[in-house]
Design a protein around this ligand. Structure first.
Ligand code: UD1
Ligand code: UDP
Length: 363
């Protein structure tokens, strides 16, 4: 019997690596596991580098779906995954996070009667203008097994009529990857590479709400520029925003370095040593919470409120970012003493144990 992990975009890789490792460690007789890469992300720095950095095994197939509108991309994903799943007939599929590859795999599995589990279930921003929110709602409503990173997920899923029997609070596999990488992180090497002083900031921007519209992007660029005059910033830029952010006036300065996306170990090294992170990423909100690095999230809402209540995260707008940065950098800044429950590096093993029981019950 086979467990098939469907991966496609950058945030999928650090979520899957600890699950794959923990399943391997259990050595369940007769069980094999494989990765299928959908090809949603395809640049070396958006994909390949993560396989090396996280020790992920080679995918058994790459569907090569590439970029496109939501309809075109999701359509290509559905067609490619349907053929693959018909051919391999896995006993269980695992999907991760909230990208289009996740949604497509959920739909295909449901239609083909193949059970699937959703890792990172029950996150809600309550903002249906976000494509990820649609992906999360549909994926959770169809999943046979739901693995939650935070306790409030159970109640949120319950409100949508999802039985608590299917939901398992396991902690956060993203943080398993981070903790496993800690001994390999080298902030000093990143400071040298980017000629940074002791105190520096890191920024990432890629949400459609921030980088698809020139007017919205312009406000954000001005705020990031102003923060960079207090604290030099490195911005590893996601390919999505390149053109629009440039049109909105984003230019490199000595205090604002715009660089290609970084590999996982380089990026986490940079974040670990940072005095402040500006972001609109989902995963980065969590990683900064685990590392206790102050994080300002340029979004009107978050599906990860636990990073605000139990972590270093704060939601900002372009209008509030500069003052929030001053405050976060001041000596008086204080953070909640207790981190999120179960963000302890053991989410992968917890998921693997649930899967072992589930497989045993079916045989
Ligand atoms: C996707 C996810 C988003 C996630 C992000 C993580 C969806 C709907 N969105 O957004 O939730 O936060 O990944 O990074 O699934 N591109 C490249 N090279 C690549 C990949 C993309 O140049 O390897 C460019 C293309 O111009 C493409 C654009 O980025 O059109 C957007 O890529 P896409 O995969 O559609 O969505 P993301 O914005 O990356
Ligand atoms: N990341 C990375 N290099 C970068 C930016 C991000 O390695 O230049 C990692 C980081 O671990 C982050 C993950 O990729 O949590 C997913 O990032 P992204 O912001 O693309 O996706 P999101 O979490 O917003 O869906």
């Amino acid at each position: 019997a086979e467990i098939l992990h469907v991966l496609g975009a950058r945030p999928n890789f650090p979520k899957a690596a600890p699950v794959i490792r923990a399943l391997d460690a259990l050595a369940i007789p007769g069980l094999t596991q494989q990765i299928v890469h959908t090809g949603q992300h395809y640049d070396t720095l958006m994909s390949d580098v993560f396989f090396a950095d996280l020790g992920l095994p080679e995918p058994v197939a790459n569907l090569g779906v590439g970029s496109g509108s939501h309809g075109k991309q999701t359509g290509a994903l559905l067609a490619g995954l349907e053929d693959l799943i018909a051919e391999r007939r896995p006993e269980l599929v695992l999907v991760y996070g909230d990208v289009n590859s996740t949604l497509a795999a959920a739909l295909v599995c449901s239609k083909m009667g193949v059970p699937f589990g959703h890792v990172e279930a029950g996150l809600r921003s309550f903002d249906r203008t976000m494509p990820e929110e649609i992906n999360r709602i549909v994926t959770d409503s169809l999943a046979d097994l739901l693995f939650a990173t935070s306790p409030e997920a159970i109640g949120l899923l319950g409100q949508e009529g999802i039985s608590p029997d299917k939901v398992h609070l396991v902690g956060n596999p993203m943080i398993d990857s981070l903790f496993a990488a800690l001994p390999k992180l080298d902030a000093a090497a990143m400071r040298a590479r980017f000629s940074l002083p002791e105190r520096y900031g890191v920024a990432t921007l890629h949400r459609p709400g921030n980088v698809d519209d020139v007017a919205a992007a312009r406000e954000l660029v001005e705020a990031v520029n102003e923060v960079s005059r207090m604290l030099p910033i490195v911005l590893p830029l996601h390919p999505r925003g390149r053109a629009t952010l440039a049109e909105a006036g984003l230019v490199a300065t000595p205090d604002l370095q715009i660089v290609d996306p970084l590999g996982y170990l380089d990026f986490m090294s940079l974040v670990r040593g940072a005095a402040l992170v500006l972001t609109d990423s989902g995963g980065v909100q969590e990683e900064t919470t685990a590392l206790k690095v102050p994080c300002l999230t340029a979004r009107p809402n978050t599906e990860r409120p636990i990073t605000c209540t139990h972590g270093t995260n704060k939601l900002v707008t372009p209008a509030t970012m500069v003052a929030a940065a001053k405050e976060a950098l001041s000596a008086e800044a204080e953070w909640p003493p207790e981190g999120p429950p179960l963000w302890d590096g053991q989410a992968g093993p917890r998921i693997a144990h649930v899967l072992k029981r589930w497989l045993a019950a079916r045989r």
